[in-house]
Design a protein. Sequence first.
Length: 207
Amino acid sequence: MLHYATSCFVTLVVVIDPIGLAPAFLALTRGLARAEKRALALHSSVIAAIILVATALLGNWFLSQLQIGIAAFQISGGVLLFGVAARMIFGQHIQQEGREAQTAVREKVADLAAFPLAIPLIAGPGAITATLLLATQTNGDPLRLVVLLLVIVANAGISALSFLLAGNLAGVLGRTGNIVIARMLGIVLAAFAAQFVVNGIKDAFRL
């Protein structure tokens, strides 16, 4: 159980990358009052948590309705996560977040908490895919499901804290620090993605 909890926590922290989202949050909330920034940080994290919790609870049912085997999803999900990891390693992850933030400002999105803070910055395709993959590993065990839900809530809390401290984090880490962290997390995520693919192949061929 401890191994599963650790795997869930590390996977979601790496995929969501709360510290790496701090610059995007600053770009989106530039010019807003401190109270407004605090409200956006909390609301966006709550919305993202709800999305990921729903994914964890309904993911297996959704896959069964589509008649998609768990092994097939593990393989395809691992490949998709590897793509996310590659973008993080080669620096495209942060650039994409910056473009999404700028697009949101240009389009004058009414509710920044829902878009693009909750989606796609926190609960993006990578986080949703990772949550689905982790949900398939519960194997119907209620305790494992509770652990996954707690990990999701914890990650949402970390994201909120990162947003609340975004100004301080950006100043301490600087551009170079953010880039280094993103590269390191990308390497870790690539390893997790590879493991998902290996597990999927083992399950598919019962090796």
